[in-house]
Design a protein around this ligand. Structure first.
Ligand code: F6P
Length: 553
């Protein structure tokens, strides 16, 4: 069946973003910047109120974007660019349930998953599912749900991949201080059997429940791991008729879940108006609800809803996700940045960069605009990062002295998750010092003077000083959360979801499909056949043939 591709009505420009007046104005502003070479640090000396003018709060999160390479003039032009890209209409279109995922003819209604209202059909099925989840959570916490030998379930393993893994795993990890005592959650995604095997090593089959999380229920990795889980239970003495006690599923594909042997009462619905990477708020979040309790899961939804309200209603000039999207576009398309670092200074958020990689790169890694024409500007960037302070002792060297421009998002939490105040203050001090060092850098003059003061010879000074120069003027945002709670985490995730959507609107691409991942999956089918065949492989290119023949068992 062919897919009908509708022209989204809300894009008021027929032509590419690069032809808008705001884009042209930004180009000429850039020309002046290249001549004047302003430094971020100078903006602060010229405008002592820069922090007030370049920061805002929403849903309990403060965004300080004052340490960026933008003047007030550039910001004004960027906001005009958002207006000319039809940002306001596009935001409304998402909240109204229009088919903004036009290549798949679907709405993208993840905001309905955290709506407190029960008005629309979507909202009604969402609340019914939340109630189903609540009952399940209660049954596990009361010990009513038992494994094959009558003992209560103690461990839950989520088997899923991509959006059916990263969001739940990251949220569960981020909310470590909120974990319930009676249950531990684990996450298995990789088709490499080592992942499941290492997870099962310390677990008791009789008290372990598997949640098979797959929107489609056709994902190879998930299906193979689910089968291996079933085999593990059987080999531990679980008879066929007791297997259903150990499985639940979250899927749009009830038929396949039932065929696998999951009891219909343990199947939680998903809907095709929710994209995989936007799905942690649905029953895909079941392991989060099991792991931190339903009240905390509902608090996560509340935090996200608060950010939804902000994104929906705030004017563009004061709209946090829109401003972050504009900054990303500015760096990628005008200043030549190719990547963006995400550095949470909170150990519990260490999976956040990996979660964002899928959210951002699977959404914005596109080369065709929504109408099928080629994108003539740079798509989304490479997202990477890890928890601070660890990165300071590894890759921050490149941030400070490498030749790349890498805009960075620092995420800091004011109140510690644990009680050790002193260590936490060191964590914050290091976070703020990094953004300051990236901005200020050091000069050849000051490094030379310092080395002279240390008594080095002129020749030694001349050789050593250039190595110590840190160019500075490297941009960063700082996001400040009061405390890492279910609410603030919900708001933080929703902030980035909306940042990604706003960026897709600017780029005029569809943030909600992922056709690019298909080819590799398809090719692997024939390669698997060749790998498991008796005869030598000659069907592919010489490299692939050789690799297959070397790896054939
Ligand atoms: O391979 C990409 C992808 O389709 C993601 O978009 C998705 O989150 C993941 O696979 C898992 O899909 P499913 O939930 O259908 O198993």
């Amino acid at each position: 069946m062919g897919i009908r591709v509708s022209q989204p009505a809300y894009i008021p420009i027929a032509d590419a973003l690069s032809t808008t007046p705001a884009w042209q104005a930004l180009q000429s502003a850039l020309h002046h910047l290249k001549i004047a070479k302003p430094r971020i640090a100078n903006y602060f000396s010229q405008h002592p109120d820069r922090f007030e003018k370049f920061s805002l709060s929403a849903a309990g999160i403060l965004l300080d974007y004052s340490k960026n390479q933008i003047s007030e003039e550039i910001r004004t032009l960027l906001i005009q660019l958002a207006e000319q890209a039809g940002m306001q209409q596009a935001i409304a279109a998402m909240f109204n349930g229009e088919l903004i995922n036009n290549s798949e003819q679907r709405a993208a209604l993840h905001v309905s998953l955290r709506s407190p209202h029960k008005v629309t059909v979507c909202e009604q099925v969402v609340h019914a599912t939340l109630n189903q989840m609540e009952t399940f959570v209660q049954q596990l916490s009361s010990g009513e749900r038992q494994g094959f030998d009558g003992k209560p379930i103690k461990d839950v393993i989520n088997i899923g991949i991509g959006g059916s893994d990263l969001g739940p795993a990251m949220s569960y990890q981020s909310l470590a201080p909120f974990h319930v005592e009676h249950l531990r959650c684990h996450f298995v995604s990789n088709v490499d059997p080592a992942h499941l095997a290492s997870t099962l090593q310390t677990l008791n089959p009789a008290t372990t429940l598997f949640v098979i999380a797959s929107k489609t229920f056709t994902t190879l990795e998930t299906n193979l791991n689910a089968q291996a889980a079933r085999a593990w239970l059987i080999s531990a003495g679980c008879v066929e008729q007791n297997l259903a006690r150990h499985f639940a599923a979250v899927t749009t594909n009830t038929e396949l879940a039932v065929a696998f042997g999951i009891a219909p009462a343990n199947i939680f619905p998903m809907w095709n108006w929710v994209g995989g990477r936007y799905s942690l708020w649905s029953a895909i979040g079941l392991p989060i609800a099991l792991g931190v309790g339903m009240e905390n899961f509902r608090a996560l939804l509340r935090g996200a809803h608060a950010m939804d309200e902000h994104f929906h209603n705030a004017p563009l000039a004061h709209n946090m996700p829109v401003l972050m999207a504009l900054l990303s576009l500015w760096y990628c398309n005008f200043l030549g940045a190719e990547s963006q670092a995400i550095l949470p200074y909170a150990q519990n958020l260490h999976l956040f960069p990996a979660f964002l990689q899928q959210l951002d790169m699977e959404s914005l890694g596109k080369q065709a605009r929504k109408d099928g024409t080629s994108l003539d500007i740079t798509s989304g960037s490479i997202v990477w990062g890890s928890a601070g302070t660890n990165g300071q002792h590894s890759f921050h060297q490149l941030l400070h002295q490498g030749t790349h421009l890498i805009p960075t998002d620092f995420i800091a939490v004011v109140e510690s998750a644990t009680d050790n105040g002193q260590q936490h203050q060191h964590l914050l001090a290091n976070c703020f010092a990094q953004s300051q060092a990236l901005m200020d850098g050091t000069t050849l003059e000051s490094e030379t003077a310092q080395l002279r003061m240390q008594g080095l010879s002129e020749q030694e000074v001349a050789t050593l000083a250039p190595h110590k120069v840190i160019p500075g003027n490297r941009p960063s945002n700082t996001l400040l959360l009061k405390k890492l709670t279910p609410e603030s985490l919900g708001a933080l995730i929703a902030l980035y979801e909306h940042k990604v959507y706003a960026q897709s609107v600017l780029l005029q691409i569809n943030a909600f499909d992922q056709w690019g991942v298909q080819l590799g999956k398809d090719l692997s089918v024939n390669i698997y056949k060749a790998l498991t065949a008796v005869e030598q492989c000659t069907a592919f290119d010489a490299s692939t043939n050789a690799l297959i023949n070397l790896a054939r068992v």
